[in-house]
Design a binder for this molecule. Structure first.
Ligand code: MN
Length: 385
């Protein structure tokens, strides 16, 4: 008999599509017997939505049994209903997981379901949510916005003990002798002299040395450009594109996939430390929602537009009263700032400032000076940083 192990995130909505009621009952009474489950009633969609939302308020994993919907009831109604459930799940910070027991159901392909064969045995393994790195307790060296400043990145990694330098001046990454880890707060590229080198180094730190990397707004935009999206080329993106057009298609695709795999915030060290590019408010910490993602990429905004058309930033740290220390970049400050346990380490290296690390749990700063001014530090550029 086939035994299939499926991994389900700790906050998930598992949508089950089974070819018959017997099979659905077998799974819901067994491996999918989560504390909360419901059967979707296509004739009473509003009541079904309300029932789902009230279950989501309690967290954990919710199973939604989706009985087959006949095409007579409405063409595409089944797919539309599944999409609706997925949207509700995502809005509430849950990961939707579609489980299909019908190998014939090709119409599900676009929704990339987990497929299991009817009658096969299933084993469910609950996994932490993607942002949850609370088990990482070693020392963390969080590094601010790099923006293509490859030399300064290597200087700082040397200073912190994550690299060694040979007599010829070449730098080699290494595992930190005390097991410390690097955490990059994002904005790896744009405006600087060696954007691709920084991206490649960040990937090596992540893949080979266990570094934690969160996505910055510049990385997010680069990812969309690499994926062929029509993005506005501004704020230094052109400098990265100029380098990116010289590498082969395969490498570009792999950068896009890697960036797409990154989270926008992480919780570390038992939840005592949070990292996110523009920071993360208490209410968004540990949440897997669009709101949390937007806050982490762009920070809090007033809802008004600034003179240059970008959303006007709000200094949310003034009001912060969360339990976690939040380390972020995004807004250039002349000196690293700690306010209400919120630490800003974007000291504007690319504008001729410095590249700064925050050492956790020591709460110490280590900075290296920019070797030169790479980009004109006009007011407009700094507010859009
Ligand atoms: Mn930045």
């Amino acid at each position: 008999m086939n035994k299939k192990v499926i991994s389900i995130p700790a906050a998930a909505v598992v949508v089950l599509t089974a070819p018959n009621r017997q099979e659905a009952a077998r799974l819901l009474g067994g491996p999918l017997g989560f504390a909360r489950s419901m059967t979707w009633d296509v004739n009473r969609p509003e009541a079904s939505k309300a029932a789902l939302k009230s279950m989501l308020a309690e967290g954990g994993v919710v199973a939604v049994d989706m009985p087959p919907i006949s095409p007579k009831a409405g063409i595409g109604l089944a797919a539309k209903t599944r999409r609706e459930v997925a949207r509700i799940a995502e809005r509430h910070g849950f990961v939707p997981v579609l489980l299909s027991i019908d190998p014939q159901s090709e119409d599900l392909d676009e929704e990339s379901p987990v497929r299991i064969e009817a009658g096969s045995s299933l084993c469910v393994e609950l996994t932490p949510m993607p942002h949850d790195l609370t088990h990482i307790e070693c020392g963390i060296d969080a590094i601010g916005d790099i923006h293509g400043c490859a030399d300064e990145l290597l200087d700082l990694l040397m200073e912190l003990g994550h690299a060694t330098r040979g007599p010829d001046g070449s730098t080699t990454l290494r595992r930190h002798p005390e097991g410390r880890r690097v955490a990059l707060v994002g904005d790896l590229t744009d405006r600087g002299p060696r954007n691709l080198d920084v991206l490649r180094t960040a990937r090596r730190l992540h893949d080979e040395f266990g570094a934690i990397v969160v996505l910055g707004n510049h990385d997010h935009k680069l990812m969309r450009w690499l994926s062929g999206a029509n993005v506005r080329i501004a704020a230094g993106l052109q400098t990265t594109i100029d380098e990116m057009v010289l590498v082969d298609e395969q490498e570009r695709a792999s950068h896009a996939a890697w960036l797409a795999s990154l989270q926008t915030h992480h919780l570390l060290d038992g939840g005592r430390l949070a990292i996110a590019h523009a920071g993360i408010s208490k209410q968004h910490q540990g949440r897997h929602t669009k709101g949390a993602q937007s806050f982490a990429l762009y920070g809090a905004t007033t809802g008004e537009l600034a003179e240059d058309g970008t959303p006007e930033a709000l200094d949310w740290a003034q009001e912060y009263a969360g339990d976690a220390c939040v380390v972020h970049g995004h807004v250039v400050v002349p000196e690293p700032r700690i306010l209400n346990d919120v630490v800003n380490i974007d000291t504007g290296c690319v504008f001729g400032g410095s590249l700064t690390a925050f050492r956790w749990p020591e709460a110490e700063f280590v900075s290296v000076k920019a070797r030169r001014i790479y980009h004109s530090p006009t007011g407009r550029e700094i507010t859009a940083a």
